[in-house]
Design a protein around this ligand. Structure first.
Ligand SMILES: *[C@@H]1O[C@H](CO)[C@@H](O)[C@H](O)[C@H]1NC(C)=O
Ligand SMILES: *[C@@H]1O[C@H](CO)[C@@H](O)[C@H](O)[C@H]1NC(C)=O
Ligand SMILES: *[C@@H]1O[C@H](CO)[C@@H](O)[C@H](O)[C@H]1NC(C)=O
Ligand SMILES: *[C@@H]1O[C@H](CO)[C@@H](O)[C@H](O)[C@H]1NC(C)=O
Ligand SMILES: *[C@@H]1O[C@H](CO)[C@@H](O)[C@H](O)[C@H]1NC(C)=O
Length: 373
């Protein structure tokens, strides 16, 4: 018996395992198979339930900016912007499941909307402070201390950067780019909020002594309907892209839409030239600060108007770029999803006002942040 057993065992030696190791091997093999099966089962159940939940990022917009709402039906981010796994919601009942809750500052400031401070915040939920106004102009932010985890602004120092626009390189150089002809006004300006204390009002008055400037907007009770804006402005040689506040990197649709999209040359008044040059070619705009006096600027503009070759050179960038304008809040919000994994966690804005002041007083150019592009 024993011998037989040994012989049988001897057969086993041919594959090189002594008896104890052989049984260990068999056990290991069986266990591996069992374990692999368990893993497969687990993976299957993950696939069918947990995984999709974990992969959808839910962004809840607590209230619509300026009380203008848009449809969020269907998979907006995928359908309109090709971004998958990104759920945009404005239904406050989804608070519990939201990864991010976004609060637009304008309504909070005016006490038209309240923060849901009485709600228990889910552990990993982050609250986003959203404002596209010039950062230096946001005052009395103290009551928002220790509330927000992330900031969303045009400024590259924000956690989520949302520029007003950008240039997209063309796939191939466009030889015959379009320079708007048929110009009937030397300069145009759409202005609603005209205040004497603004630097831009003084600059306008000085320019208006020399140039024929056509005004539009609430200030002159001559508001342009949306569809008339670009065709009308396109008839001006220059557009006064004067920002309502001078603040670092604060460059708005006055440049991207009213000037570039309309096909006029922007006269910019805003942050320093280097802030513009960080986002557009240096020869695509004229900066008020480039001139010793406003009269010198006016003379320069007059000179360009009678010299088509020099004037047209301001459109040469159109050979290489097209303009991308960001206006839809849905697009701005969907664009958070691709950078979601890189957003800081466990961050708290203890003092929002000091943060905005630091940014406004920052002298150095910042390295490019993870902007929503
Ligand atoms: C993820 O979001 C998409 C788009 O809204 C939706 O169709 C899908 O059902 C969501 N998945 C889960 C598990 O919520
Ligand atoms: C927003 O607009 C709706 C009508 O569209 C109005 O009923 C509501 O009171 C407004 N909310 C605020 C905060 O102004
Ligand atoms: C040129 O401008 C005039 C108004 O000054 C307008 O009536 C006309 O349609 C414009 N022509 C073109 C080609 O845009
Ligand atoms: C601009 O100049 C014109 C012509 O001198 C003048 O009639 C007009 O009132 C000025 N506009 C403003 C807003 O000062
Ligand atoms: C977000 O900020 C709140 C309030 O300061 C804080 O309690 C919470 O831990 C932060 N959450 C995350 C996920 O960073």
């Amino acid at each position: 018996m024993l011998l037989d057993f040994r012989r049988k065992n001897a057969a086993g030696w041919t594959i090189g395992f002594p008896q104890p190791q052989k049984s260990l091997f068999a056990f290991f093999l069986a266990f591996s198979i069992f374990y692999t099966c368990m893993l497969l089962v687990a993976e299957q159940s993950l696939k069918s339930s947990h995984a999709p939940l974990a992969s959808n990022i839910t962004i809840l917009l607590w209230h619509w900016p300026f009380n203008v709402s848009y449809s969020l039906s269907g998979d907006v981010c995928l359908r309109d912007y090709g971004i998958s796994g990104c759920v945009l919601a404005d239904n406050r009942r989804l608070f519990e499941s939201a990864d991010l809750v976004v609060f637009h500052h304008y309504e909070l400031k005016r006490h038209k909307e309240q923060l849901p401070l009485h709600h228990l915040r889910p552990a990993n939920q982050r609250w986003v402070w959203l404002s596209l106004e010039a950062l230096g102009t946001n005052e009395r932010l103290h009551r928002f201390n220790n509330i927000f985890n992330l900031t969303m602004s045009y400024h590259p120092a924000a956690d989520i950067t949302v520029p007003y626009g950008k240039l997209l390189p063309r796939k191939s150089t466009e030889r015959n780019f379009h320079v708007a002809k048929n110009k009937s006004f030397e300069a145009c300006w759409v202005v609603s909020n005209f205040q004497n204390r603004h630097k831009r009002s003084a600059v306008f008055r000085e320019l208006n002594k020399t140039l024929n400037i056509q005004l539009y907007g609430r200030f002159v009770k001559n508001s342009l309907p949306k569809e008339a804006l670009l065709p009308t402005i396109s008839r001006c040689y220059f557009y006064l892209a004067f920002e309502n506040a001078v603040s670092p990197q604060y460059i708005t649709e006055k440049l991207w839409r009213n000037s570039f999209q309309a096909g006029t040359v922007p006269i910019v008044l805003g942050p320093p030239r280097r802030d513009y040059e960080a986002i557009v070619p240096s020869e695509s705009f004229i900066h008020v600060d480039d001139f010793q006096s406003i009269q010198a600027l006016a003379d320069y503009l007059k000179g360009l108007i009678i010299d088509p070759e020099r004037y047209n050179a301001y459109f040469r960038w159109k050979q290489r770029y097209t303009v991308k304008l960001y206006t839809d809040w849905r697009e701005r919000l969907c664009n958070i999803c691709p950078i979601f994994g890189r957003l800081p966690s466990n961050k708290v804005y203890e003092d929002l006002e000091t943060w905005t002041k630091q940014i406004v007083n920052m002298k150095q150019m910042l390295p490019k942040s993870q902007g929503v592009q």
